[in-house]
Design a protein around this ligand. Structure first.
Ligand SMILES: Nc1ncnc2c1ncn2[C@@H]1O[C@H](COP(=O)(O)OP(=O)(O)OP(=O)(O)O)[C@@H](O)[C@H]1O
Ligand SMILES: [Mg+2]
Length: 368
């Protein structure tokens, strides 16, 4: 059964490392996503697995076979490209049957497969339509059907939903996952949309500049980011710079700018005196009106901006030390808070993650 194993793979374009010594294992029948900002190497990795480009070093295994010297057609892979890439001069039926025909399936067998996959993507009624006569969502479903008809046990999807509007994208992403699971496929889905990756993946690899930064379930990445980059890229995080002034077990006291002290949680090897960055998620915070308590109990500031975003209200707050802080609250339970209102923000201490200040500087660390 097709587990996909990438071992120490490097791919260079001139001096640029598109992939720099990447290793990862995708389990049989797993729905796996590659997530990362534009140019981080997602498409390159997918194309290498498919055999569409060659790597400089490393190994690629599918099941118990090493495949990196094999041509793409021997790898049993279906590929859905970043752009729809349907043949414009072929109707739905001919697009879908392209794979089985290339593989010289007999026509009865090819037709059975064609009907099956079109049934799956719910487009059996549009056999005779040409791509120009179909909506973006339909074209993408046909691209998926064509990849499925090719008969592989591995489905590679490169930003399959990138060109669709939000509502259609939401529906189709669950459909694709369902199909992959029904057909017991191993799926590798490339996206730069963290919400998309979070909602459909069993596991995600977060990539940055040709490297994998962290691999984990959506929950693991969200709850336990291993780096500031992941904390910042997955979901949203407030980042506050400071120095550790006191440590008792995992409880840390951090001095922010202007001598403002707050509490944090130290899961890493951080010592008193270290320069640190605190990451606090906007939705873990509570907000009370007025300046309540003294020091350490909370963050004090003034509301600078509020944005109604439907299910949540987003409050941008200027802290008394000048730092900016964002919190999100459910809009139905919140009273509309006026600009300039003084507030106290509290958060569970263990939700304030401490990271060492990055050697390359904070803005470089989180830059996409
Ligand atoms: N054929 C090529 N020649 C030269 N450089 C390339 C080539 N293909 C990719 N690159 C470079 O390799 C890096 C990784 O590209 P890749 O297409 O894998 O990124 P990506 O993560 O898929 O980005 P996006 O989200 O924008 O699609 C980029 O810097 C890109 O410019
Ligand atoms: Mg790409």
């Amino acid at each position: 059964m097709p587990e996909v194993r990438v071992v120490n793979v490097t791919k260079k374009y001139g001096k640029l490392y598109a992939l720099n010594n990447v290793s990862l294992t995708i389990h049989d029948q797993e729905y796996f996503s590659l997530l990362g900002p534009s140019g981080c190497g997602k498409t390159t990795l997918l194309r290498l697995i498919a055999g569409l480009i060659e790597h400089d070093s490393g190994e690629i295994h599918i099941g118990d076979r090493r495949v990196d010297k094999d041509p793409p057609e021997d790898r049993e892979i279906g590929f859905v490209f970043q752009t729809f890439a349907l043949f414009p001069h072929m109707n739905t039926w001919d697009n879908v049957l392209y794979g089985p025909k290339v593989k010289n399936y007999d026509s009865k067998q090819a037709e059975t497969i064609g009907h099956e996959v079109l049934e799956l993507v719910k487009l059996s009624e549009r056999l005779n339509a040409y791509p120009s006569e179909l909506s973006g969502g339909m074209m993408q479903r046909i691209a998926v059907a064509r990849a499925l008809a090719a008969g592989g046990k591995i489905l590679l999807l490169d930003e399959p939903l990138g060109q669709l509007d939000a509502k259609v994208r939401n529906d189709i992403r669950y459909e694709i996952r369902r199909m992959a699971k029904d057909l017991k496929l191993t799926a590798i889905h490339v996206t730069h949309d963290q919400q998309e990756a979070m909602s459909i993946s069993d596991r995600i690899a977060v990539m940055k500049k040709g490297k994998i930064v962290q691999i984990g379930s959506p929950k693991e990445l969200y709850m336990h980011p291993n780096s500031l980059f992941v904390a910042f890229f997955i979901g949203e995080s407030n980042l506050l710079e400071g120095y550790v002034t006191k440590l008792e077990g995992k409880n840390a006291e951090v001095e922010l700018r202007e001598g403002y002290k707050i509490q944090a949680y130290n899961e890493r090897d951080i010592k008193v005196g270290d320069r640190v960055v605190l990451a606090i998620r906007p939705e873990t915070c509570e907000m009370k009106l007025g300046l309540i308590g003294e020091g350490l109990d909370g963050l004090f500031g003034q509301i600078e901006k509020t944005t109604f975003e439907g299910t949540i209200v987003r409050y941008e707050i200027r802290l008394v030390n000048g730092d900016r802080f964002v919190i999100n609250r459910p809009s139905l339970t919140e009273e509309w808070v006026k600009l300039g209102q003084e507030v106290t923000i509290t958060y569970p201490k263990e939700k304030a993650h401490l990271f060492p200040y990055p050697a390359n500087g904070l803005s470089d660390e989180i830059s996409v």
